[in-house]
Design a protein around this ligand. Sequence first.
Ligand SMILES: [Zn+2]
Length: 377
Amino acid sequence: MKSLQLSSIFLFSALLVDLTMASCAHGTYLHKRKLHYKRAEESSSSNETVKTVEVGKFGYIGNIGPTNWVNLSPDNIACSTSTQQSPIDVTNTSTTLVTAGEVKITIPDLEEAEFENLGTTVEVVMEGKGGKTVIPGGKEFELKQFHFHSPSEHTIDGEYFPLEMHMVHESAEDSTLAVVSVLFSISAQANAPSTPLLLELTPSLSAISTPGSITATSPLKFESLISSISSQALHTYNGSLTTPPCKEGLEFFITSQPLELDVLSFNTFKAVLGFNSRFTQNAIGQANLLTASAGSVATGETAKNGTGVVAEEKAVVGEKKAVSGEANKTVTAGGENAVASGSAGAKVITVDGSQGKAKLHETVKGLTGVDLGALGF
Ligand SMILES: [Zn+2]
């Protein structure tokens, strides 16, 4: 009981100090994704040299997931404060349309390329392979790598896709980044042809099922991919890396029509990738969603309109000893049999603290729909 009270109060305090803690997190230095293809260390157990690649320390689930990237390294502050974050929901108002063929991509066919499992994605290294993209206005970017996300990070008018490929380019002139983002949809018929590049990559995935492993691809041909991208309008906007450190200033060019993805390729990619998609960010220029939610927890702001949840309005309740709170008012702790009350707009919660946790949960759920048990109270 006591631990419940303490943990409830601690949880509440933790929410309040979340942002300040971010700047003093130590010991979890994250390698910068910056074209995330850190060269592997060579490790030899016998006479053979096995090449591996450094695995990313961030993830997509739990404590290392996107809501907590800021706490993995001080370098990741933009992830929770920047107002120019990717991915976004692509709409006609959130992006600009570029006419078909205006983004000019050239990639020579390759005998092979390195294919790596970074733990956070699988990536084909294209450094020095001669791939180039010229964007409207004439600026040229070199293709450094391409990698995959499942499900897609960008959505179009709210619709997500099973796979998204990010072709990451860098300008030799000023080191700015541009990403050509290709969305894929499952082919409509069984055995329907997939995008040739995916068919060429899929058999190699079994060789890199372990994070850190590297293999060589089969010959890769890009003609079909380039022609599919070039024959359609692309959505463009200025966003950020979708992985730590969430650096701003990336120009995205996103396909408006998904390319073909066969079921076998999808299942093979999905099995190796796992879930690796950052949640949809707020519209460019709007408040960062993590800043916004931390702010409303701290001030009870959202409770004012009657939609706030109990945690937001600071009605943190223990089993017997109760804590009452109202939106925008300081939390005070009551006595052993105190009454817990919290108002969320028109909703008023009044619970006798002696009624026990189950009754309290039931009452709060009935009044607000909020499941305190699920919130850990
Ligand atoms: Zn990506």
